[in-house]
Write a protein that binds this ligand. Structure first.
Ligand code: TMP
Length: 206
């Protein structure tokens, strides 16, 4: 497998990061030249932007500022990490990408799909992922996982359930808009089953 850009999407607490870690290890064991990275972040400048966006104290942040910051972090990440890796022939796995902005800022913040797409077009110059895996779990289930176990709660986790439901509906709209690219995996299954389904989809790219 060469030069493939694969992104992972899903609501809060969908288990994306854990799934990606196992997928990465499995692919590495198969001898595939693959890297894993995440948005917003992955590198110094973008991690700093991530801290500003997700800081729970930044309650005054305007939603257009938020959309621009995600796009700025994305641009730097693409230039420094994603494009060079693809150019070298590596497979790139990325935890969240443009669909997160379309779902969270476009639908969650109600900025509109076309507006957020236009802002992001400036950042990504039309280079979309080859495949996007959407880990499908209802927002309430994911949020329960976030609050009951593993990680620090950030500014977006603290949004209302209505916000997270809009994000989820946004993802559903994106799946309809990009049926060739976005593939859905049932995230309510056991973690083993989710990983198996994900690997089957990725292997279909070969
Ligand atoms: P994470 O929890 O998966 O690391 O993602 C951080 C948060 O940022 C999560 O709530 C989703 C949100 N997000 C957006 O709202 N827009 C974006 O473009 C990205 C990449 C993430």
């Amino acid at each position: 497998m060469k030069q493939k850009f694969i992104t992972f999407e899903g609501p809060e607490g969908s288990g994306k990061s854990t799934i990606m870690k196992t997928v990465l290890e499995t692919m590495q064991n198969e001898g595939i030249d693959v890297i894993a990275t995440r948005e917003p972040g992955g590198i110094n400048i973008s991690e700093k932007i991530r801290d500003i966006i997700l800081d729970v104290k930044n309650t005054e942040m305007d939603e257009r500022t938020e959309a621009l910051l995600y796009a700025a972090a994305r641009r730097q990440h693409i230039v420094e990490v994603i494009w060079p890796a693809l150019k070298k022939g590596q497979v790139v796995l990325c935890d969240r990408f443009i669909d997160s902005s379309l779902a969270y800022q476009g639908f969650g913040r109600k900025l509109g799909l076309d507006t957020v797409l236009a802002v992001n077009e400036f950042a990504i110059e039309s280079k979309m992922p080859d495949m996007t895996i959407f880990i499908d779990i209802p927002p309430s289930v994911g949020l329960n996982r976030v609050f009951s176990n593993h990680r620090d709660v950030d500014r977006l986790d603290l949004e209302s359930i209505q916000f997270h439901n809009r994000v989820y509906e946004g993802y559903k709209a994106l799946i309809k808009k990009y049926p060739e690219r976005i593939k859905v995996v049932d995230g309510t299954q056991s973690i083993e089953a989710v990983i198996k389904d994900t690997l089957t989809l990725i292997n279909s790219l070969r």
